[in-house]
Design a protein around this ligand. Structure first.
Ligand code: ADP
Ligand code: MG
Ligand code: ZN
Length: 183
């Protein structure tokens, strides 16, 4: 029997809630501890910078860009920790990939939107949340009223689930403001 198994820690919440900032904070701590990790992000997320994960306040960490979940295997050398930002954009195989990685003793820190712009569970996030070891739900400030926001509201009329953007396409809203807007 293997003596060690990995675990998944998840940082979730709406856009502008500080997920990427929190992820970067944890990665910087690993730097201090001299623990090796590899950070991945899906190719669809091309905001700000291609080879970096960048938060809305412009903090950044070098990242490996992948087009599909299974690419993660190819890029791991001897890192015992991997991180993923914008995990909701990766394909549905991410769940199986993460399960295999933790069985191999790798720890995963994963950040992603828990809900899409309709308030529905996003991509592999619900399944990953159910097998995670720790979950931190982040909250933004409602753009409309200043209350605690946990929804991402799309400002334009596009209806596809994935539409990359920032303030030009989305705003964070509290439950009240969100529900009043979508009905
Ligand atoms: P996420 O990855 O969750 O989209 P980031 O970590 O990239 O979020 O950015 C969080 C930062 O966004 C905050 O620290 C703040 O500077 C900025 N920000 C802009 N609008 C808001 C808002 N409405 N609520 C909270 N933070 C906001
Ligand atoms: Mg982010
Ligand atoms: Zn509000």
């Amino acid at each position: 029997m293997k003596s060690h198994k990995g675990k998944i820690d998840i940082i979730c919440g709406s856009m502008f809630s500080g997920k990427t900032e929190e992820l970067i904070r944890r990665l910087k701590r690993l730097d201090f501890a001299k623990k090796k990790y590899k950070l991945f992000k899906p190719v669809v997320d091309n905001r700000y910078d291609n080879n970096k994960v960048v938060s809305h306040n412009m903090n950044s960490v070098q990242a490996t860009i992948i087009s599909k979940s299974e690419d993660i295997y190819k890029h791991i050398k001897n890192e015992k920790i991997i991180a993923i930002d914008e995990a909701q954009f990766l394909d549905e195989k991410l769940y199986g990939v993460c399960k295999k990685l933790i069985e191999d003793g790798i720890d995963i820190i994963l950040a992603g939107l828990d809900m899409d712009y309709k308030g529905e569970p996003f991509g592999s996030m619900p399944k990953l949340l159910s097998i995670s070891h720790d979950v931190k739900k982040m909250h933004a400030v409602c753009f409309d009223c200043g209350e605690t926001a946990n929804y991402t509201f799309r400002i334009n009329n596009d209806t596809q689930q994935v539409l990359i953007g920032s303030e030009e396409n989305y705003k964070a809203l509290c439950k009240n403001c969100f529900l009043n807007k979508i009905k």
